[in-house]
Design a protein around this ligand. Structure first.
Ligand SMILES: Cc1cc2nc3c(=O)[nH]c(=O)nc-3n(C[C@H](O)[C@H](O)[C@H](O)COP(=O)(O)OP(=O)(O)OC[C@H]3O[C@@H](n4cnc5c(N)ncnc54)[C@H](O)[C@@H]3O)c2cc1C
Length: 196
């Protein structure tokens, strides 16, 4: 079986409750507004100032909408951080908000930033965010696709060779794990603190 359940995986929790209980959770939230801002729309902007969140705050433009948000440890309140960040963008980057179009949020885990990937057990393989693949830019689509492919190949290979699929998948996913952890280490080096 291949589990691609996203960050909150019931299969992961059932396979290893102790591992699950030792993970820290974070909450990420972002607003989508029509409006204007003088930050370069071609870049994803990260703000590592602790006043804006426990992890980092971000601003980018997607489909002509201003998208800004922040991440906090579960248990902390997001509103004071987000208000400070919004004020910062308004005062320093000429952000003017018109209509709110959408808001979105998600729960994540510190697997990605602490190198605690969980690739599965016995005949159950985990891919994508359920295995811990999410890079520091909040991007998880490409690693979900690539680890899904690696797991599928490992299963097909095991039918042909008789080799254990979990072990082949583990070998094949090393590069993706390194890429993910390196992105978080870079964020921590720039911030001068742990980010999750
Ligand atoms: C607001 C927001 C914006 C994002 N923007 C980007 C972006 O621009 N670029 C990028 O790369 N990433 C982005 N991400 C992250 C990206 O969406 C995820 O990292 C990626 O989708 C993870 O893929 P996945 O296949 O592991 O899990 P998911 O895409 O989360 O899919 C898991 C699926 O499994 C289902 N499921 C869960 N449990 C079970 C179960 N027990 N049985 C059956 N089905 C189950 C869920 O309903 C869901 O459909 C964003 C995330 C959010 C929340």
């Amino acid at each position: 079986m291949i589990s691609a359940e996203g960050s909150s995986s019931t299969i992961r929790a059932k396979l290893d409750p102790e591992f699950e209980n030792n993970l820290d959770k974070f909450f990420a939230y972002q607003n989508y507004y029509e409006g204007h801002c003088n930050l370069d729309p071609l870049y994803y902007h990260g703000f590592l100032d602790e006043n804006f969140g426990d992890i980092y705050a971000w601003f980018n433009v997607k489909d002509d909408l201003l998208v800004f948000g922040t991440g906090i440890k579960v248990g902390n309140k997001i509103k004071p951080y987000l208000e400070k960040f919004q004020r910062f963008l308004e005062e320093n980057h000429d952000m003017k908000l018109n209509k709110m179009v959408r808001k979105a949020s998600c729960i994540g885990y510190n697997m990605c930033s602490t190198n605690q990937f969980y690739l599965g057990k016995d005949n159950i393989l985990l891919v994508g965010e359920s295995a811990g693949f999410l890079n520091m830019f909040g991007e998880g689509i490409s690693s979900a696709l690539s680890t899904g492919l690696l797991a599928g190949n490992a299963v097909c290979g095991s039918f042909r060779s008789g080799k254990n699929a979990a072990s082949s998948y583990n070998d094949a996913a090393q590069k993706e794990m390194k890429y993910t952890s390196t992105s978080w280490k870079l964020a921590e080096r720039m911030a001068g603190r742990k980010v999750i």
